[in-house]
Ligand binder design. Structure first.
Ligand code: NAD
Length: 260
């Protein structure tokens, strides 16, 4: 990392799963870290903060709902004030609901778009505003999905939110490149977290309801699910100075998944 730049990262949805693994990896890489999740996850954030401190890094807990503009403004502001800048924004927070097109209520559709698409837009926007004004470049990262590249059965609304993140990422990359800011997203396949367990249970319940055999886990080339650390490692690279020539990309981390 450039000597004049303090390594400061903000990670949303940090209380568990992929976000938590990203926090620990970035702390190992030498970053001071701001931890965001919804206020109800305060306890998990506090214990993660202890782990980060034990690694010798500075940490700040900035709870808030990424779908709310005032929250995101405050989260970015508190991070920059308390840690002294912002080098990396990881807009990781996301929510999932299964449902076919005809079964998905407008309320569910709007909730998914509010957190996943609007939340990512707000995090990108306020991080970019700060980074441009700071004048020292930066790294912005989002969480797309394997279903952000190609639609999936029973994922109509969720898949739409993850396509939206790719569009935001490509467009923001074009605008911010001249400022030394790269914008990329990761597109996980099945990663062993609470979200995946919830998804698999939903799929099994649906299969039972319809009287069909529970479908097998999705096929990929590697033949197993990934781990949160597999995502954290690509984030670690994309957040590094070395990755300055990679922007506007959606990087699949999916074990070579084949969607039917
Ligand atoms: P997870 O459900 O285990 O964790 C998500 C975290 O985001 C939770 O701690 C949750 O409280 C937080 N969150 C939800 N809404 C929020 C809001 N409005 N404001 C702030 N925080 C909020 O999920 P995960 O598996 O760790 O997924 C992380 C990201 O990766 C998500 O965007 C998800 O859509 C994406 N993803 C995951 C998988 C997978 O298989 N696990 C696959 C593809 C994409």
């Amino acid at each position: 990392m450039h000597a004049s730049l303090k390594g400061i990262a903000l990670v949303t949805g940090a209380a568990q799963g992929i976000g938590q693994a990203i926090v620990l990896r970035l702390a190992d890489d030498g970053f001071d870290v701001a931890l965001n999740d919804v206020p109800q996850k305060g306890q998990a954030l506090d214990s993660l903060a202890e782990e980060v401190r034990a690694k010798g890094r500075q940490v700040v807990v900035v709870p808030g709902d990424v779908s709310q503009e005032e929250d995101v403004k405050r989260i970015v502001q508190e991070t920059t004030e308390k840690l002294g800048g912002l080098r990396v924004m990881v807009a990781n927070a996301g929510t999932f609901r299964m449902g076919s097109l005809t079964e998905t209520s407008l309320e569910d559709f709007e909730q998914l778009f509010a957190v996943n698409a609007r939340g990512t837009f707000l995090c990108y926007k306020y991080a970019a505003q700060y980074m441009v004004a700071q004048g020292r470049g930066g790294r912005i990262l989002g969480a797309s999905s394997v279903v952000g590249r190609r639609g999936g059965m029973e994922y109509a609304a969720y898949s739409g939110t993850k396509f939206a993140i790719r569009g935001l990422t490509q467009s923001a990359a074009l605008e911010l490149g001249r400022h030394g800011i790269t914008v990329n997203c990761y597109a996980p396949g099945p990663i062993d977290t609470d979200m995946l367990r919830f998804l698999r249970k939903g799929r099994a319940d649906k299969a039972t309801e319809r009287g069909i055999v529970t479908p097998a886990a999705p096929f990929n080339a590697v033949g197993s699910d990934g781990k949160a650390e597999d995502i954290a490692s690509i984030v670690s690279y994309l957040a590094s100075d070395e990755a300055h020539f990679i922007t506007g990309q959606t990087i699949g981390v999916d074990g070579g998944m084949v969607l039917s």
